[in-house]
Design a protein around this ligand. Structure first.
Ligand code: TXA
Ligand code: MG
Length: 342
C-alpha cells in the first residue's frame, strides 16, 4: 500500500496510520533526508525481524535506530556528556554515531553487538512518525539487499513491492546517499561510511577523525569495521568503470572495440550515444547517483563509464559508492581499460 505525503508538512492522518502499522509489528517505508528507510518499531522483535525478511538482509548486519532527540537516544544507548553536546548541535542530520548500547532493544536490531548505531533524521516525515509513536524506529535503507539504495518511493516499490505494509511517498530524498557513520567508541573516532556530513565538518566537532581505506571504498574489509562493509553493495548488473582521464577518450576507446557504452556524467556530458546526466555539481550528482545506477541496468549496454570525482566534501561519499558499484574497476589511463574489458 502506497500513500502520498507532503514531505515538509506531513499529513497527520498518514503519520497516525504509519504509527499504527508499526505498533502492530508491521513495517513502513518512508523517506529520510538521505534515502528511504524500511522501519519497524525499535522495540518490536516481530517488526524488526520482518525488516530483515522483507529486505533479504543477513541477520548479522545491524539496523540504525532512528530517534527524534538526544534524550531519546539516551534511552537506548550510553551517550558521554561531550558527545551529548555535539549531538545537540549536529542533530537532526545525516550523521549516525556508533555508541555503547544499553541492551534494551531486541537483539536482532544490533545483531547481538554491544554497540548501537543511532541518528536523528532531518526529515519531517520520520520525525513525525517517531513522535507519534513515542519510541524510536529501527531500519536500514528500503532496498532489496545488494541493490542501490532507494531515493524515491518508486525505487522501494520496484524492490520490495507489496511486502511492505505501508510505503509513505514523500517524493525524492534530499541528499541521495546514506548518512555518514562514525564510530565514536574509538579514539580518535573512526569513519565507517562517508556521507553528506563531510569529514571536514566532522573534524570541526570531533577533532581528528580516522578515515580508513575501506571508508574510501578502496578495499572490502576482511575484519568488518562496520558489519555491513563485508557485503557487496550498490552493485548494478552492468559493469561500471570509474575513469580518471578524459571521458570522451574512454568512450571512443570502448566503442572502437564494438562495446555499447553509457556515460554517467557530472557537469557537461561528452558526445556519446547514451548519457545519464548526474547533474551540474557534486550535491546533484549524489542526489541522482542511485537512480542513475538503476537506469544503467535498464539501458541494456555492455558497460557504463563514470568520471572520478575529487574525494573532498560529499565527493568522498560519491567515490565510496562508485567504487563499490564498480566492483573497484578504476582506469587511470586508456590502457587500463584493456585489462577491464578483456
Ligand atoms: O541514511 C541512512 O543511514 C539510511 C536512512 C534510512 O537512515 N539508513 C541506511 O541504513 O542506509 P543501512 O542500509 O546502511 O544499514 C545500516 C548500516 C549498516 O551498514 C550497518 O552495518 C551499520 O549501519 N551499523 C548498524 N549498527 C552498527 C554498529 N553497531 N556498528 C557498526 N555499524 C553498524
Ligand atoms: Mg543499505
Amino acid at each position: 500500500m502506497l500513500v502520498k505525503c507532503d514531505p515538509l508538512r506531513p499529513d497527520p492522518d498518514v503519520v497516525k496510520r504509519a504509527a499504527e502499522v508499526l505498533r502492530r509489528g508491521g513495517v513502513v517505508a518512508a523517506p529520510t533526508e538521505t534515502v528511504y528507510g524500511l522501519f519497524a518499531h525499535a522495540y518490536s522483535e516481530a517488526g524488526c525481524r520482518k525488516v530483515f525478511q522483507v529486505k533479504r538482509r543477513p541477520m548479522d548486519n545491524p539496523l540504525i535506530v532512528h530517534v527524534d532527540s538526544v534524550e531519546m537516544a539516551e534511552t537506548v544507548a550510553y551517550i558521554p556528556p561531550e558527545l551529548r553536546d555535539i549531538l545537540r548541535r549536529v542533530w537532526p542530520g545525516p550523521i549516525t554515531v556508533v555508541v555503547k548500547s544499553r541492551g534494551v532493544l531486541p537483539r536482532c536490531v544490533t545483531a547481538g553487538l554491544d554497540t548501537v548505531a543511532v541518528r536523528a533524521p532531518a526529515h519531517p516525515i520520520p520525525l513525525a512518525i517517531i513522535r507519534e509513536l513515542g519510541a524510536p524506529i529501527a531500519g536500514p535503507s528500503a532496498n532489496r539487499a545488494g541493490r542501490p539504495s532507494p531515493t524515491t518511493a518508486e525505487h522501494v516499490l520496484e524492490d520490495l513491492g507489496d511486502e511492505v505494509d505501508l510505503i509513505v511517498d514523500g517524493g525524492p530524498t534530499f541528499f541521495g546517499v546514506e548518512s555518514t557513520i562514525v564510530d565514536v567508541t574509538r579514539t580518535p573516532p573512526v569513519l565507517l561510511r562517508p556521507g553528506p556530513f563531510t569529514v571536514e565538518e566532522l573534524e570541526k566537532f570531533f577533532g581528528r577523525v580516522e578515515v580508513p581505506p575501506v571508508a574510501r571504498g578502496l578495499a572490502e574489509a576482511d575484519v568488518a569495521l562496520a558489519p555491513g562493509m563485508k557485503y557487496r553493495h550498490y552493485a548494478p548488473e552492468t559493469p561500471l568503470v570509474i575513469v580518471h582521464f578524459d571521458l570522451e577518450e574512454a568512450v571512443k576507446w570502448l566503442e572502437a572495440r564494438g562495446l555499447r557504452v553509457a556515460v554517467l556524467c557530472v557537469g557537461e556530458c561528452p558526445k556519446a550515444k547514451r548519457t545519464i546526466p548526474l547533474g551540474g555539481d557534486l550535491y546533484e550528482a549524489a542526489k541522482n547517483l542511485y537512480d542513475a545506477l538503476r537506469q544503467l541496468d535498464k539501458l541494456g549496454v555492455d558497460i557504463g563509464v563514470v568520471p572520478a570525482v575529487e574525494e573532498r566534501g560529499i565527493g568522498l561519499a560519491i567515490m565510496n559508492r562508485l567504487r563499490k558499484a564498480s566492483g573497484h574497476r578504476e582506469a587511470r589511463r586508456p590502457e587500463d581499460l584493456a585489462a577491464i574489458v578483456k
